[in-house]
Each structure stands twice: as structure tokens, then as C-alpha cells.
Ligand binder design. Structure first.
Ligand code: PGA
Length: 248
């Protein structure tokens, strides 16, 4: 991923097969330009396929989760160095589905982000409030707490590599993206917090129901450096339309 264009990251979640992925990746390769900044985060078993098919293309690849541990008796886990071995450039850390379904707390998210940065990859740390937190007026408190957990202990390496994705939980997979005003407000808040911690270069993505038809508007909001895209990243044509919307 380069800093040139807005960054578009696809999160395939628990979807795909060798055949399906091959077709999708071929379509993405054919449709993207060398100056696009895009990546796909694929399920672990397909990392080798992504590495093989995307090598030499403008498209980066990454994972959706990582172990906080380097090695040891942790059955079922995958370490950051294993991901780096497959040429991963980025790893999604602390996605709300990991937080809510698999009990990841702020402390776990921090350890995972540190592990990713230490292995030379980009951690895409997700923050975002639930609907009830928003309705209670707790949005600012929740997202700043989640980001502060990372910033207070971040190594210089992590500060240097950090990407943050603001993903309001109620906007994920619902078809109801956050309003431009909400995105602008939260991004300004997070940007201020990053600056205060001396993290000036971090990209701030928005995620939550980004589609071809709202991408341009969302990407044009001040402070939005790109998008983390779930459902719409499974359709090559739609994902490419979002990549196109990200071009200057
Ligand atoms: P969505 O998912 O685009 O399907 O809302 C975004 C995400 O979970 O990262």
C-alpha cells in the first residue's frame, strides 16, 4: 500500500474458495491501476493463493486476525511472523466481530497490533461504537478509549506503521453507512488523538457499508484516507468501482 491514493482494503471475512478467489483476484488485477492503493484481507488458508496470484501486482494482501503470541502451545493460532512469511503487508486487528464474538478486549488488540508491527506489517486497528453506545452518547468516549489503549503503549515501530479504521458497529453489514457528519466528527476526534500522541502519518479509514454508490461521498469527507470494505469487496466489479472512486 502506498500513500499516493486513498487506501481501499477489502475484508473478505469468512468467504471464498480457491476457484472463487482466483476469479475475483484475476478481475481485480485486470481492473486496477499501478497507482491504486488497495489490498485484500483473505482467510488464512488462502494466503498462499493471494501471494501467488498477486505477486508483482499493485494489490497488497493481508490477514483478518493474528495471534498475540510469537510461538508456543497455542493450538489453532497463527503468528505475525507466519503471516509475514506469506508476504502479508497488513493485518486487520480488533475488528468488532473479533471483539464481540471472540471476546477480544483492548489489551488483546494492543498486543496483536504490536506483534503485527514488530513483524514489519501494517496493523489496521479497528475502533467503533455499538448502536447502544451511540444512543447513550458514548461514541467519543468509546472510540478514544479503544485508540488510547493502543497509543499509550505503542512502540515507535507501531506508531510508524499504524492504520486506524473507524467502523461504527451498527454500520457494518447493515447497508446503513454512517452519515458524513458522523464520520467527519469521529475522524477529527481520532486525528486529534493521534497528533497528540505524536502519530502524524497514520492513515484513518472509514468502514461500515461502504458500497460503490456511496464510496465517493464517504472518501471525500475531510480526514478520510480510505475505506475498509466488507461485503462489497466480494464482488470484483463493485470493489473496483470503490477503488476507482478513491482515485484523485
Ligand atoms: P461491510 O463490512 O462493508 O460489509 O459493512 C465492513 C467491515 O466489517 O470491515
Amino acid at each position: 500500500m502506498t500513500n499516493a491514493a486513498k487506501t481501499i482494503v477489502g475484508n473478505w471475512k469468512l468467504h471464498g474458495s480457491l476457484q472463487e478467489n482466483a476469479a475475483r483476484l484475476a478481475a481485480l488485477k485486470a481492473g486496477c491501476r499501478s497507482d491504486d492503493a488497495l489490498a485484500v484481507c483473505v482467510p488464512f488458508p488462502y494466503l498462499a493463493q493471494a501471494q501467488q496470484l498477486l505477486q508483482g501486482s499493485a494489490i497488497g494482501w493481508g490477514a483478518q486476525n493474528v495471534s498475540e503470541h510469537a510461538k508456543g502451545a497455542f493450538t489453532g493460532e497463527v503468528s505475525a511472523t507466519m503471516l509475514a512469511d506469506f508476504g502479508c503487508g497488513c493485518v486487520i486487528v480488533g475488528h468488532s466481530e473479533r471483539r464481540s464474538l471472540y471476546g477480544e478486549d483492548d489489551a488483546t488488540v494492543v498486543r496483536k497490533a504490536q506483534a503485527v508491527a514488530a513483524a514489519g506489517m501494517t496493523p489496521i486497528v479497528c475502533v467503533g461504537e455499538t448502536l447502544s453506545e451511540r444512543e447513550r452518547g458514548d461514541t467519543a468516549q468509546v472510540v478514544t478509549r479503544q485508540l488510547a489503549a493502543v497509543l499509550t503503549v505503542a512502540s515507535e515501530e507501531l506508531k510508524h506503521r499504524l492504520v486506524v479504521a473507524y467502523e461504527p458497529v451498527w454500520a457494518i453489514g447493515t447497508g446503513r453507512a454512517a452519515s458524513e457528519e458522523d464520520v467527519r466528527e469521529v475522524h477529527a476526534l481520532l486525528r486529534g488523538q493521534l497528533k497528540e500522541a505524536g502519530v502524524n502519518g497514520a492513515r484513518l479509514l472509514y468502514g461500515g457499508s461502504v458500497k460503490a454508490n456511496n464510496a465517493k461521498a464517504l472518501l471525500n469527507i475531510a480526514g478520510v484516507d480510505g475505506a475498509l470494505v466488507g461485503g462489497a469487496s466480494l464482488d470484483a466489479e463493485e470493489f473496483l468501482a470503490i477503488v476507482q472512486a478513491a482515485r484523485a
